[in-house]
Ligand binder design. Structure first.
Ligand code: HEC
Ligand code: HEC
Ligand code: HEC
Length: 108
């Protein structure tokens, strides 16, 4: 039993280290359901190419969770417009602003 526990700890440690070293994971995306405004796909690759590091978002802006799962960020378009969540950068300064750019994020 002790041996199995030790192996499990080892495997979990490897998964953890590999996970932390992965880019966003590049190639990985998460999808937000925006109701009548369709789907918003957040692309890890796009943000990695923009020069962002994991720590620019995790975990001060977003937890490392898939949208809609327990512990995931809960926010609305008003929060984004108020400069929170995506709006910490998508404010017309660090990255394009919401106004006039709905379809850059929203796909129907
Ligand atoms: C520009 C912001 C941003 C950057 C940079 C970023 N992420 Fe994320 N990440 C997100 C968002 C947004 C979510 C979804 C959060 C939520 O819905 O609560 C997320 C979710 C995740 C998840 C959960 C995905 C799932 O499907 O379970 C993992 C794992 C993750 N990120 C890893 C990383 C790693 C590793 C890096 C760096 C290589 C990174 N992220 C960089 C914004 C970012
Ligand atoms: C830490 C800063 C940061 C956060 C947080 C962030 N982004 Fe970005 N995002 C950028 C930068 C920088 C770019 C590339 C420059 C640009 O397109 O203005 C970018 C580009 C994008 C693009 C590419 C648009 C195109 O046409 O190429 C989309 C879509 C996008 N972000 C959606 C999101 C969504 C959705 C969220 C929140 C879930 C989010 N971003 C959170 C910084 C951020
Ligand atoms: C930077 C990316 C981004 C841009 C640009 C953007 N949105 Fe969103 N929007 C989101 C995300 C992400 C959500 C999903 C929030 C959630 O449910 O967690 C969302 C949700 C919504 C919702 C669902 C209800 C709500 O209030 O959350 C509406 C409606 C909406 N957006 C309208 C718009 C309109 C109109 C524009 C253009 C003026 C726009 N959005 C531009 C990212 C964006």
């Amino acid at each position: 039993m002790k041996k199995i526990a030790a192996i499990m700890v080892f495997v979990i440690a490897i998964v953890f280290v590999v996970g932390a070293a992965m880019a966003v994971p590049p190639g990985k995306t998460v999808k937000f359901n925006a109701g009548a405004m369709g789907t918003v796909t957040f692309s890890g690759s796009v943000h990695a190419k923009a020069g962002l590091k994991c720590s620019d978002c995790h975990t001060k802006i977003f937890p490392m969770k898939a949208p809609g799962t327990p512990g995931a960020a809960k926010f609305t378009m008003s929060d984004i417009r108020a400069g929170k969540y995506c709006g910490e950068c998508h404010n017309g300064k660090k990255a394009f602003a919401p106004n006039g750019n709905c379809t850059k994020c929203h796909k129907m």
